[in-house]
Design a protein around this ligand. Sequence first.
Ligand code: UDP
Length: 309
Amino acid sequence: MRILITGGAGFLGSHLCELLLSKKHKVVCMDNFITGSRDNITSFLTAPNFELIEHNVTEYINVDGELDWILHFASPASPVDYLKYPIQTLKVGSLGTHNALGLALAKGAGFLLASTSEVYGDPSCNPQPEKYWGNVNPIGPRGVYDEAKRFAEAITMAYHRYHNVNTRIVRIFNTYGIRMRANDGRAVPNFIMQALKSKPLTIYGDGSQTRSFCYVDDLVRGIWNLMNTEIHEPVNIGNPRELTMLELTKIILQIIGSNSKIDYCSLPLNDPKVRRPDISLARAQLDWEPAIKLEDGLKKTIQYFKSKV
Ligand code: UDP
């Protein structure tokens, strides 16, 4: 197959490029490098099945030749990034998704949207099943990402229902692993880099808020299974092991053997208090569940970040 990945030079996009190249597919990577990085795709640039198009998906997209799938992963995805690029985040989720769907329709290609657990906002139920509609503050600082992705889901379903595009929607929960940016501001890279530099670990709030972290290899395997299953409704992909941020810092400090202190900082507005995926649907329909233990995934990630210190 020939597959376009928007945001192909990002953290998740580059892992998808790698997975699809390993399965002998042709990959067209589109990125404007606002948060993606050339380093992430350097090793693919010489591969005969790999093409790079430097383009902002928010502008009209044109790709020559046939396409079998479009995987729409372009978007800032770390809270720090989408607060820095609020308008671009809204535009890529809305205009960018419209452009990518239009291209899928024109090419007769399948379309997979990278959605997010952020559509659930600060959830009033835990774990979150796909049928939960969420608790999002549309005008809060995170609203630029949350509402863009909620719009993206709505327009994806509309293209499926009204234009019969073969669509998929994956709701991605917190994911970590190699090729994350050391300075992307998220909890895992922040804590690892701080511990490696023997600096205090910055916990926002009292550290009792929870997240559930999935290693990137598990995540891309789930996405591949979803592409190969006819489910048009959203599917959660994530690791259901839930832990507090304080617990996460303890595990990271223990693996690194660091005795960095904790620096308690103010909690960002609308920071979700809990987050954990209900993955019953993925288990039943995709025959998928995560296989990589948090401690093992963190060890690989720490190894990667050691070269960035
Ligand atoms: N967080 C933290 N310290 C940091 C970075 C993040 O305590 O240096 C917290 C953040 O407030 C949130 C959780 O860790 O409660 C996960 O944040 P992240 O930015 O990784 O992603 P989110 O799940 O909020 O999208």
